[in-house]
Every structure is written in structure tokens, then in C-alpha cells.
Design a binder for this molecule. Structure first.
Ligand SMILES: *Cc1c(COP(=O)(O)O)cnc(C)c1O
Length: 376
């Protein structure tokens, strides 16, 4: 039997009646763009994220882009971020005309290493954009301290980390704004694209609201050039249903991660995800590090695949080495931790419905691989 990386069908089957009713209601209402469903969902999300405001947009990428614009990031500015993330993080900086400036990651957490940030600050630096990768909160206390000292904005990429906490504080609620994605594979996934900005800042809120509808506050009165970037009502209605289950699902993910950690800890050469004290990960992805090079991550992937177990590498090429960022002038060796992570990380199946037997099977297949290649 195959074990997918994520199983969206199993989740739908468990909430089919609720979802179908919510979708029918929107179709009957004839209100498809913004409207009461989106408004209600925004209010529920602001409450969930412990922020004053939430603004629905078309994707997580747009949430980042519009938030950066609303924070005043413009041509000539620099924004410090991690090279070990999805392209959207740095792309949104570049789309504002600003320069993405990378700081290496902490190899334990895969998140931006706060001790690497200050050396990157110049008079052009305007913001820090940490990513809570795989669902693990970044070192926000240190990052906020640096930002305050140098008068920088902090925009959090929470695409993988909705609901994650450090010392009881939700990600997205401490920086100037948090950017969420409802891409289907995220913890709260739509049946299509969607995103959201959560913030306590009324100015960011108002500007993102204007930017998402072609730069207008009232119909056909335009202040500026904006975008067509709205969360649609069908997605909002689906997400409202799913939000009610999110805490339960995230708790299930965390318990699966603990089981994986326990079983995998018996295998040498495999490093399980670091669990930070006082932190609660959203466990969006369960990512191991294949430390023993004899285990050959690429071959291990193929072996797992041959046994019907899907895996993924998030991410195989650090952003500073991407063709698109050639103009930044980086070379191999510039960010050694990120470069090592790209060779070693491997994400295993992770979703709330994943069974204990399936996890045991996955760990067994990894263990078998070790004996195939002659490990202990
Ligand atoms: C998914 C993701 C995004 C972009 O979200 P979309 O909704 O797909 O546009 C941005 N950053 C990170 C870290 C992500 O995982």
C-alpha cells in the first residue's frame, strides 16, 4: 500500500458533509468574491492568531508581497532573510524592487540564525523576514531585539507554521505582520490557492485591504496601482469549516512526530527534528536529516519510493545558488549550513490521519535500507 506525503482525500472524507454544505451555501448565495464568508473567516483567523486584524488575499506569496509593500519596502531597500526556504519568500522582496540579503541558518532548527543577522545590516536594511520552516518557530525573541535596536520591521513568513507557538505566543502575532498560506498542503489548506495577512498594525491592514482590490477604498476610486488579490468566498467557507478542526489536527501531527522521533532515534546517522523548549511546532512537514553520507539521501528516497512511500526534499537548492539570484553574486560556500541542509534533509509523510502502523512501516523501510548499505 502506498503512503503519500500528504493525504488530502482522507481529510475530506472525514469532514465531507460539513464541507459540502458550506460550499453549497456560498453557491446559493451568489456572493463569490470577498463578502460575508471572507469577513467572518478574517475575524475568526485574527482571533486564532491572537492579532487585531486579518486580511484575506489570493495566496501566501501575495500575503508576503503586499505586506512588504504596505510596510514601505521599495526599490533600493534591503531585507534580510534565510536562503533555506521556498522561493516565494525572497521573490516577494525582489518584487518590491528591494534586495534579498541572506543570513545563514541554524543547523538545528533550519531557521535563520539570529547570530548571523547583525553583520548583514547596512544603512539600506529595512526589514527582517524570518521563516518558521516546517512549522518550527524561528528565534523571534532575538530577532525582535535586533529589529528594535536597528529600527527594522519584522515580517514573519508563517506559511508553514499556522498555530505554532513560542512561550505561548503565536507565530505571526509578534512581528509587524505574519503572512499565511492556504496552499492545499499547508496545515490549513484550501481547495485551491489562498493566503492571509495577520497583524496588529492598522496601517498595514488598511494598505493591504486597498492593494488587494486594485488600489481602491471605495468602488472605482483608485489611490494607487494595486492588484487583483482576493481570497474568494468558496475557499473562505471551506477554510472556516477546517479551522474548527485545526487544533485537533495539529495535535495529531505533533503526536505523529513524537512517534517518528522515538522510533527513528534508534537508527544511527538519522537526525530527527529538534524540539525547542517552550515551543510548539505546527509540524507541517516532518523533516529528518540524513547525516551519514553512506546512507545517500537520493538513493534512500528511491528505496522508499520503490516501497510506495512518498518523500520530498524541502529544499534541494538554497536560494543564493538559484539562477534567478545570480545577480546577487553569491557562490557555493557562502552559506555552508544552508548548503549542507539542502544535501541532507528529507521530509517523510506527515498528516493527521497517518496511522501508527504506517509510521512503523516507514521507519522499518529506512532501517532495512541501512542494512542494505551495510550500516548498523
Ligand atoms: C507555501 C509557502 C509560501 C507561499 O505560499 P503560496 O500560498 O503557495 O503562495 C511562502 N513561503 C513558504 C515558506 C511556503 O512554504
Amino acid at each position: 500500500m502506498t503512503i503519500p506525503l500528504v493525504d488530502l482525500k482522507a481529510q475530506y472524507d472525514s469532514i465531507k458533509a460539513e464541507i459540502d454544505a458550506a460550499v453549497q451555501k456560498v453557491i446559493q448565495s451568489g456572493q463569490f468574491i470577498l463578502g460575508p464568508e471572507v469577513k467572518a473567516f478574517e475575524n475568526e483567523m485574527a482571533a486564532y492568531c491572537a492579532t487585531k486584524y486579518a486580511v484575506g488575499v489570493a495566496s501566501g506569496t501575495d500575503a508576503l508581497h503586499l505586506t512588504l509593500l504596505a510596510s514601505g519596502i521599495k526599490s533600493g531597500d534591503e531585507v534580510i532573510t534565510t536562503p533555506f526556504t521556498f522561493i516565494a519568500t525572497a521573490e516577494s522582496i525582489a518584487k518590491c524592487g528591494a534586495r534579498p540579503v541572506f543570513a545563514d541558518i541554524d543547523p538545528k532548527t533550519y531557521n535563520i540564525d539570529p547570530t548571523q543577522i547583525e553583520a548583514k545590516i547596512t544603512p539600506k536594511t529595512k526589514a527582517i523576514l524570518p521563516v518558521h520552516l516546517y512549522g518550527q518557530p524561528a528565534a523571534m525573541e532575538r530577532i525582535l531585539e535586533i529589529a528594535r535596536k536597528h529600527n527594522l520591521k519584522v515580517i514573519e513568513d508563517c506559511a508553514q507554521a499556522l498555530g505554532a507557538e513560542h512561550k505561548g505566543k503565536k507565530v505571526g502575532s509578534q512581528g509587524d505582520a505574519g503572512c499565511l498560506s492556504f496552499f492545499p498542503s499547508k496545515n490549513l489548506g484550501a481547495y485551491g490557492d489562498g493566503g492571509m495577512v495577520v497583524t496588529n498594525d492598522p496601517k498595514i491592514t488598511e494598505t493591504v485591504r486597498i492593494l488587494r482590490v486594485h488600489g481602491s477604498k471605495t468602488t472605482y476610486q483608485h489611490f494607487t496601482h494595486g492588484f487583483n488579490s482576493r481570497l474568494d468566498a468558496l475557499q473562505a467557507s471551506i477554510l472556516r469549516v477546517k479551522l474548527k478542526h485545526l487544533e485537533k489536527w495539529s495535535a495529531l501531527r505533533r503526536s505523529k512526530a513524537l512517534l517518528y522521533n522515538r522510533l527513528l532515534s534508534q537508527l544511527d546517522g538519522i537526525e530527527t527534528p529538534f524540539i525547542e523548549k517552550d515551543s510548539k511546532s505546527s509540524c507541517n512537514y516532518y523533516t529528518i536529516r540524513v547525516k551519514d553520507s553512506r546512507l545517500k539521501r537520493g538513493d534512500l528516497r528511491k528505496h522508499l519510493d520503490s516501497k510506495g512511500i512518498q518523500t520530498m526534499v524541502y529544499y534541494p537548492l538554497s536560494l543564493h545558488l538559484q539562477e534567478v539570484y545570480k545577480y546577487l553574486g553569491h557562490k557555493l560556500g557562502d552559506f555552508p549550513q544552508s548548503e549542507q541542509a539542502q544535501e541532507q534533509v528529507l521530509s517523510l509523510p506527515m498528516y493527521p490521519e497517518l496511522s501508527e502502523e504506517q509510521i512503523e512501516q516507514i521507519v522499518r523501510v529506512i532501517g532495512d535500507w541501512r542494512s542494505v548499505i551495510g550500516g548498523r
